[in-house]
Design a protein around this ligand. Structure first.
Ligand code: NAD
Ligand code: AHE
Ligand code: ZN
Length: 375
C-alpha cells in the first residue's frame, strides 16, 4: 500500500514529504495507522548525523499513537481496531532481560532495530522517488512514526484505551514516560528529596512533573533558556539556576548552596557531557544519585574524578524511563485520562505533516516544548 511520510534523505537536510510504498505485516507484525506523533530531540539528534546508529534514507519518529489496521500471521496480543502506542523499547516477556525483571532493555529485536530493519533483516518501506539512490528506506528506532502507516512487531506496541486522544497520548510514546519513569522506576526518588533537573525541555519538564508526584522537596531546574522557567514552575520547579547568571563553572556550587551540600538526585536531560559531569558532582556526598537521560553525540565520553564515586555519588542511566512498555504505558495513559498528569500544557505546537520541519526549527530555536504532528 501507499503511505504519506516525511523522509530523511541525508543528515542535516530538511525532511521531504513523499508517497512511499509500504509492505504488509509479516508473521508476528502489525500494520498501524499513525494518527499523531511527537517530535523528540532524539529525532533531531539522529538527523544531525551524530547518531552512531543513524542511517539514511530513513523515516524518523518514535513518539506516536495510532490504530492497528492489519495483523500478520500468529499475532495474538492485539487485533484490528485496537489503539496502540509504538514502543522503541519493546517488551517480549521472553528474553533474558525481560525475564530477569531487572531492566526494561528487552533484547529480542534490538540488533536489527539499530540497523534500521525489521527483525527479518528487511525493510517494509520503499520509495520510487529514491531513483539512483536505491528504493529501500530504513526504519528508525523500530517505530518510524513520521509515516502515516508503519509496521511494527507485535511486541513493540502497547495496547491503550480507545477513548484517549491520539494527539496527546503520542507523547507517552517517549517524553512523558522517559521523564516520569526515570523518577519513579529508575531513581525511585524518595518523598522529601531534593532533586535537580538539567534541561527544562520535553523530557526535563516530565522529570519535574514526576518529582512533584512522588513528593520531592526542592526541585531545582537548570537551563540556559530563561523562557522555560514559567512552564517549569507550573510543573513544580521550586528554584531555577541559569548557568549564564551564576557562571558556568559555578553551577555545582550554586546547587550545593541551595541543597545544604548537594542534591539527593539529579537528572541530566540535555545530552551534553559537561552538564552530565555537573549533574553528578552536584549530588550529595555519600548518597546522591545522578541519572543520565540525555543522549550524547557518537564518540563523546563522560569524565569525573573517581573520588566522586568513591565518596558515594552514584552514576546511572535511564532509557525510556525504565518502563516496560506493554505493561506500563497503558497505566500512564490511565494517569493522563484520570487527570493525574498534565500532558496538554507541554504540547505547545500542533501541525500537519507538511509542516514537520517547523517542529525541528521551533525545537532548535528553544520556542517549543513539544510539537505534535497530526495526520
Ligand atoms: P529539548 O530540546 O526539548 O530540551 C533540551 C533543553 O536543554 C532545552 O530547554 C535547552 O535550553 C537546554 N539546554 C541545552 N544546552 C544546555 C546547557 N548547556 N545547559 C543547560 N541547559 C541546556 O530536548 P528533549 O526532547 O527534552 O530531550 C532531552 C535529551 O534527552 C536529548 O538528549 C534526547 O535525545 C534525550 N532523550 C533521552 C531519552 C532516553 O530514554 N534516555 C528519551 C528521550 C529523550
Ligand atoms: N542510537 C543511539 C542510542 C540513543 C539512545 O540512547 N536512545 C535511547 C532512547 S532516546 C529516545 O528519545 C534508548 O532507549 N537507548 C537504549 C537503546 O537500547 O538504544 C546512539 O547513541 O547510538
Ligand atoms: Zn524520544
Amino acid at each position: 500500500m501507499k503511505s504519506r511520510a516525511a523522509v530523511a534523505w541525508a543528515a542535516n537536510q530538511p525532511l521531504t514529504i513523499e508517497t512511499i510504498d509500504i509492505a504488509g505485516p509479516k508473521a508476528g507484525e502489525v500494520l498501524v495507522e499513525i494518527m499523531a506523533t511527537g517530535v523528540c530531540h532524539t529525532d533531531a539528534y539522529t538527523l544531525s548525523g551524530l547518531d552512531s546508529e543513524g542511517k539514511f534514507p530513513a523515516i524518523l519518529g518514535h513518539e506516536g499513537a495510532g490504530i492497528v489496521r492489519e495483523i500478520g500471521a500468529g499475532v495474538t496480543s492485539v487485533k484490528v481496531g485496537d489503539h496502540v502506542i509504538p514502543l522503541y523499547t519493546p517488551e517480549c516477556r521472553q528474553c533474558k532481560t525481560c525475564l530477569s525483571q531487572r531492566s526494561n532493555l528487552c533484547t529480542s529485536i534490538r540488533a536489527t532495530q539499530g540497523q534500521g530493519l525489521m527483525p527479518d533483516h528487511t525493510s517494509r518501506f520503499s520509495c520510487e522517488a529514491v531513483g539512483a539512490r536505491g528504493s529501500e528506506i530504513f526504519h528508525y528506532m523500530g517505530c518510524s512514526t513520521f509515516s502515516n502507516f508503519t509496521v511494527l512487531p507485535e511486541i513493540a506496541v502497547a495496547k491503550v484505551r480507545p477513548d484517549a486522544p491520539f494527539d496527546k497520548i503520542c507523547y507517552i510514546g517517549c517524553g512523558v514516560t522517559t521523564g516520569i519513569g526515570a523518577v519513579i522506576w529508575t531513581a525511585k526518588v524518595r518523598p522529601g528529596s531534593n532533586v535537580v533537573v538539567f534541561g527544562l525541555g520535553g523530557i526535563g519538564l516530565n522529570v519535574i512533573q514526576g518529582a512533584r508526584m512522588v513528593g520531592a522537596d526542592k526541585i531545582i531546574g537548570v537551563d540556559l533558556n530563561p523562557s522555560k522557567v514559567e512552564m517549569a514552575k507550573k510543573f513544580g520547579m521550586t528554584h531555577f539556576v541559569n548557568p549564564d547568571e551564576v557562571g558556568r563553572d559555578k553551577v555545582v556550587q550554586a546547587i550545593q548552596d541551595l541543597t545544604d551540600g548537594g542534591a539527593d538526585y539529579s537528572f541530566e536531560c540535555i545530552g551534553n557531557v559537561h552538564t552530565m559531569r555537573q549533574a553528578l558532582e552536584c549530588c550529595h556526598r555519600g548518597w546522591g544519585e545522578s541519572i543520565i537521560i540525555g543522549v550524547a553525540p557518537s564518540g563523546a565520553e563522560i569524565a569525573t574524578r573517581p573520588f566522586q564515586l568513591v565518596t558515594g555519588r552514584v552514576w546511572k542511566g535511564s532509557a525510556f524511563g525504565g518502563a516496560r512498555g506493554r505493561t506500563d504505558v497503558p497505566k500512564i495513559v490511565d494517569w493522563y485520562m484520570d487527570g493525574k498528569i498534565d500532558i496538554d500544557s507541554l504540547i505547545t505546537h500542533t501541525m500537519p505533516l507538511d509542516e514537520i520541519n517547523t517542529a525541528f526549527d521551533l525545537m532548535h530555536e528553544g520556542k517549543s516544548i513539544r510539537s505534535v504532528v497530526v495526520f
